[in-house]
Design a protein around this ligand. Sequence first.
Ligand code: PHE
Length: 464
Amino acid sequence: MKREQFSSSLGFILAAAGSAVGIGNLVAFPVMASKNGGAAFLVMYAFFVFFICLPVMLAEMSLGRHTRQNPLGAYTEIGQNRAWRTVGWLSVITPFMIGVFYLVITVWIAGYLGKAVFGQLDQLADPAGFGNFITSNELFGYLAFVVVLTFLILQGGVKKGIEKATTVLMPTLFVMLIALVIYVLTLENAMLGVKFFLIPDFTKLTGEVLNGALAQAFFSLSLAMGILITYGSYIQKHDNIVSAGKTVAGLSLMVACCSGLLILPAVFSFNPEIEISELSTSSIGMIFMFLPKIFLALQADIGYFGASFVAAFFFLLVFFAAMTSLVSIIEVPVASVMDGKGISRRKALYLLGSVMVALAIVSALSFGRVDWLSNMLSYGGANKSFFDLIYDMFYETILPLNGLLLCLFVIYRWKKQNLDAEISDGNQRFAGSFLQKYVNFSLGTFIPLILAIIFINTVSTIYF
Ligand code: PHE
């Protein structure tokens, strides 16, 4: 059977940007940046995106386009031995498990959207409310909704599913984001938030912050999850990989910055005092409690309907971003099963979808509802739930390891010349350019080294 393809380079760029732009850019990034040095963080983050992440991105896309395979197939075909095949497996299992974790979070977002639409955000604005919501039965309704939607998109295949969905959702998302930024910037006190987000403080850039920033940049560009290998296997031979990579990286960065200009001014305008202190200790869970508060504060100004409308608009935007990322990560195991077992897309979806949904349900039950799932293991001084285990193991630990192995694989197994030839196809100027030398050198030396340091750092802080 002929492999499916994106219909154009733009289709690929929007799909890859859809994958990159997600909860990480919209929610995690603004908080991280404002806590850790504002513009100083931003500059460093941008540097990481272009000098460390971009080469890895180009490597993944080329590997996919060259082999026309999913990650397992690509590692097997070029690696030619059992060790690389094992790495291939890792590159399929990891997205599958991160997909479970991301599915759970997407379901929360869908829930928030639902609550905003029905004007019930007040139920979520405190720790008890949020805790109740993520362990409620209602959540299963939202799970069903997200699963059906994901299934419908992926069932359509590359062109009629993924590409079609992202070419509608991404431009809509950009427009919505800009509209919200403009609206928020007109509010009273908004400039305080802009200052808080942007005033540089280089003293905040500690080793730990650098470590976190790079891990975040990596996650945010969907690297080391096999996604760009898989999407890369659907692009046409003469598409320009370099400009696609730069565009995706730039879009992802822009969305992250816009989100900073949205969330922080909103915070300051609605409730300067309390919120800053809350923000500085925030984790993902905290942010989920915190966002509804912003919208509730808005009621005082524009009334109940106005506030619900703005809230629904915002959560719809986040929901679109989450859906396009979720779709991309599930496509990896789906493509692997289709290629490997020679079965249809629909069958692969049923097969993987059912295991994934089961694991997502187990995760949902592990937030206090079922005791042994909520306290499965204890390490690093904390009790860990099933959900925490998936997060720690796959997202925190294996992701940098996978990235490291990918760099070594591309440069030392597949070889530089092959990488160069693949990138040059569609971009004649690449051969002999500074970029080419930089990509070759960095991927073979300091990028894997930095990833190794992140890996060791994370392992030592999480598990000990
Ligand atoms: N880029 C996504 C984000 O920022 C991360 C991600 C991509 C997660 C794809 C899962 C799948 O949220």
